[in-house]
Write a protein that binds this ligand. Structure first.
Ligand code: IPE
Ligand code: IPE
Ligand code: MG
Length: 247
């Protein structure tokens, strides 16, 4: 039986987040420039977006560029921004054909104007799609997000719009970039690195973590289905005992 057919549709992660890592090493292993690794990485993006929609995952979030990635060589940053614009342009039809809505999180003001404009354009043109929300984390860093949240809430307190006693998890959630997204259920990181790299620190509080050696440009639908099946075999206890869950 195909891996895909083994997936239990009633126990899908509602929110899948992926740290797409390993483009550079993929290229290096083949004696190619890092840029070729990034180009091949965009093919894996298409494959995984399609695979996620096919099995019915409602929210997919991809870590595409971190706040720390601005520190890479200028030429690599420029290439990544160019790739972003060209893939957004190319994918708009596929997104609409597959009923996928584009969303973005991160300090988007930091993006080059052209990339920012293209992004807003695709978000606008896909806003009525319903099957899946694809969120790109761009110029995203969790600490930047949390800092921004604290600033915004402090300002509301200062202006008497909210009392410190009323600050709870919901208020905090409502100020994060991810305010319209549920908590992450499954976080996948490719390329063998086992770290979070400043991604969705608040939102992964109870996510299941899945690390795989596969480099991002080699990541296929079957790899994704394998990860989903692995997730479905775990018991998510949220602090309770196994007995409580099974009674
Ligand atoms: C992930 O691949 C893509 C981005 C971070 C933009 P890397 O470029 O980090 O690839 P490695 O880690 O150098 O192999
Ligand atoms: C994390 O990957 C960021 C993205 C995948 C966009 P990095 O390759 O930048 O992470 P570190 O620096 O190795 O932790
Ligand atoms: Mg990396």
């Amino acid at each position: 039986m195909d891996l895909k057919d083994q997936i239990n549709k009633d126990r899908l992660p509602q929110h899948l987040a992926i740290i797409m890592d390993g483009n550079g090493r993929w290229a290096k292993q083949k004696g190619l420039f890092r840029s070729i690794g990034h180009e091949n990485g965009t093919k894996a993006v298409r494959e995984i977006v399609e695979g996620s929609a096919e099995i019915g995952i409602p929210f997919l979030t991809l870590y595409a560029f971190s706040t720390e990635n601005w520190n890479r060589p200028k030429i690599e940053v420029e290439l990544l921004m160019k790739l972003l614009v060209s893939s957004l342009k190319k994918e708009i039809k596929t997104l609409n054909d597959n009923d996928i809505k584009l969303n973005a999180i991160g300090n988007l003001d930091a993006l080059p104007k052209k990339a920012y404009k293209e992004l807003l354009d695709v978000i606008e043109k896909t806003k009525n799609n319903k099957r899946m929300t694809l969120t790109l984390a761009l110029s995203y860093g969790s600490r930047e997000e949390i800092t921004k949240t604290i600033k915004e809430i402090s300002l509301k307190v200062k202006n008497n719009l909210i009392s410190p006693h009323d600050i709870d998890e919901t208020v905090i959630n409502n100020h994060l970039y991810t305010q319209n997204l549920p908590d992450v259920d499954l976080l996948i990181r490719t390329s063998g690195e086992q770290r979070i790299s400043n991604f969705l620190l608040w939102q992964i509080a109870y996510a299941e973590l899945y690390f795989t050696e596969t480099l991002w440009p080699d990541y296929t639908k079957n790899h994704l289905f394998e990860a989903i099946l692995n997730y479905q075999n775990r018991e998510r206890r949220f602090g309770k005992t196994s007995e409580q869950l099974n009674q």
